[in-house]
Structures are given as structure tokens and as C-alpha cells.
Design a protein around this ligand. Structure first.
Ligand SMILES: [Zn+2]
Length: 155
């Protein structure tokens, strides 16, 4: 007999700093594509990356069957603990380009919300599986009106 699958969702917020840069492009091209997110200043000729910050919001939806004894897919407290350990501790009040693997010292991997989602999926997936549920969808807001969503799909 098949069991119903229910999705549950938890959100967390964190503050982090970053800049966007492609080392294969010169300063002008980086400024043209990433604009002020490049960390370059039009009025400052030095090749210095000034970081800027975001108040990120992450929404995580997992799915699983409802345990007959608890009535839970996963206790929200357990899910919160996973998000704190896997996400918050790695990203909150971090300068992502300098402190957080795999972005740290890897300028070829831009710290966009799209790439952050791919990394967050890898961090979360095994932890959610250990609790006998499955990751379904993650959405990351960089600003209140700009966000990206990933469901683990590959082309
Ligand atoms: Zn930014």
C-alpha cells in the first residue's frame, strides 16, 4: 500500500558579504557585467574588491511519509538544527569569497544565488537523507525581490 508523501518547509535568514568576479575578464569587463557587485569602483582605479552584504533568506522544503507514531515528516526542531549546522554556521556573517568553501580562493566559481543553491543542496542532501526524508526544493533570496530556486534537477 502506498503511503502519502507530505512536504514541510522551514526558512532561515543569514547575513553575508561577497563580490562577483570572473578572473578571465579584465577589470572593464567585470565592471560591465557585474557592475557594482564586482566590488570594483568606477572612481577608484585600484583593482580592489570592495565586498557588499546581503540579508539572505533561504526556504527549504523536504518531503517524506508521515511517521505513524509522531505524525511528523520530520520534527521542525530537527530540521532547524540541520539548517543551523549545515547552512548558518558556514554562511552567517561570513565573507563568502574568502571564508566559505568551495568559493574560498576559487574565483572561477561566482558567489551568485544560483551557485550558492548548488552548494547548499550538496550540504543539505545527505543530512536530510539521514533523517529518512528527501530534499525537494530550496529557494534563496538575495534581496526581497531577487531569488532563485533549485530542485536538484540536472540537464
Ligand atoms: Zn551581491
Amino acid at each position: 500500500m502506498s503511503k502519502p508523501i507530505v512536504e514541510i518547509t522551514k526558512e532561515i535568514t543569514f547575513e553575508a558579504a561577497h563580490y562577483l568576479h570572473n578572473p578571465q575578464w579584465d577589470r572593464a569587463k567585470n565592471l560591465e557585467v557585474f557592475k557594482k557587485c564586482s566590488g570594483f569602483r568606477k572612481d577608484d582605479p585600484k583593482a580592489i574588491h570592495y565586498p557588499h552584504g546581503h540579508s539572505y533568506r533561504l526556504r527549504v522544503t523536504i518531503k517524506g511519509s508521515v511517521h505513524s507514531e509522531t505524525g511528523f515528516v520530520m520534527d521542525f526542531k530537527v530540521l532547524k538544527g540541520i539548517l543551523e549546522k549545515e547552512i548558518f554556521d558556514r554562511l552567517d556573517h561570513r565573507f563568502i569569497n574568502k571564508e566559505t568553501e568551495p568559493f574560498k580562493n576559487n574565483l572561477k566559481f561566482q558567489t551568485t544565488v544560483e551557485n550558492l543553491l548548488l552548494v547548499i543542496w550538496k550540504w543539505l542532501d545527505p543530512a536530510i537523507k539521514r533523517e529518512k526524508a528527501a530534499l525537494y526544493e530550496i529557494t534563496l533570496w538575495e534581496t526581497p525581490t531577487s531569488f532563485a530556486t533549485y530542485r536538484g534537477n540536472k540537464a
